[in-house]
Design a protein around this ligand. Structure first.
Ligand SMILES: [Fe+2]
Ligand SMILES: [Fe+2]
Length: 175
């Protein structure tokens, strides 16, 4: 077995603090941003896994929807959070750290690829956790770190959209 490479040092000796911050602990904001960034990569992974795993009569339609949402998580949410972390002089974490940094982790995934409802339920669970967590971050940064507030508000609104979309698909499939 080849030896594991050492971890990239993504945390600086000292965080950069922009002059607009008012009354936040920069370390706490960075902790929140790193947890959210990790949640996004895990959500991307969960939805791509779902898109490829599902089987059965409606699986093509479902797979397309999951791929589209996975794209939001990576190309929009992940990038916005990574951009904000750059303002604090923080880089992307080592891949091995994503799980421990993540707040929401991943829900238990279904074993049956034909059980589309169960895959939708897992996605709803993931979005539920994301919404609660983004709400917590929003409450912390509101009026105190306006740039982060803006990003979190945008992502939160997207996660609510995802949540409703999955709920609707589940309701449709059950009717
Ligand atoms: Fe997201
Ligand atoms: Fe989402």
């Amino acid at each position: 077995m080849t030896e594991e490479p050492p971890k990239y040092k993504y945390m600086p000796e000292e965080l950069w603090v922009t002059p607009d911050l008012k009354g936040v602990d920069p370390k706490k904001v960075v902790e929140y941003l790193l947890a959210a960034l990790s949640d996004e990569i895990l959500a991307f992974h969960q939805y791509m896994l779902t898109a490829y795993a599902v089987k059965g009569p409606y699986s093509e339609e479902i797979s397309e929807i999951f791929m589209k949402i996975a794209e939001d998580e990576l190309n929009d949410h992940f990038k916005k959070l990574a951009g904000r972390l750059q303002d604090y002089n923080v880089d992307i974490p080592d891949f091995r750290d994503f799980w421990s940094l993540s707040r929401c982790k991943q829900p238990k995934l279904p074993e049956d690829p034909y059980d589309i409802d169960a895959w939708l339920e897992a996605a709803i669970e993931a979005e539920e956790c994301a919404i609660k967590f983004y709400r917590e971050i929003y409450d912390y940064v509101r009026d105190r770190d306006v740039r982060t507030e803006e990003i979190i508000e945008h992502i939160l609104s997207d996660e609510i959209e995802h949540y409703t979309l999955f709920k609707n698909l589940l309701a449709k499939s059950k009717s």
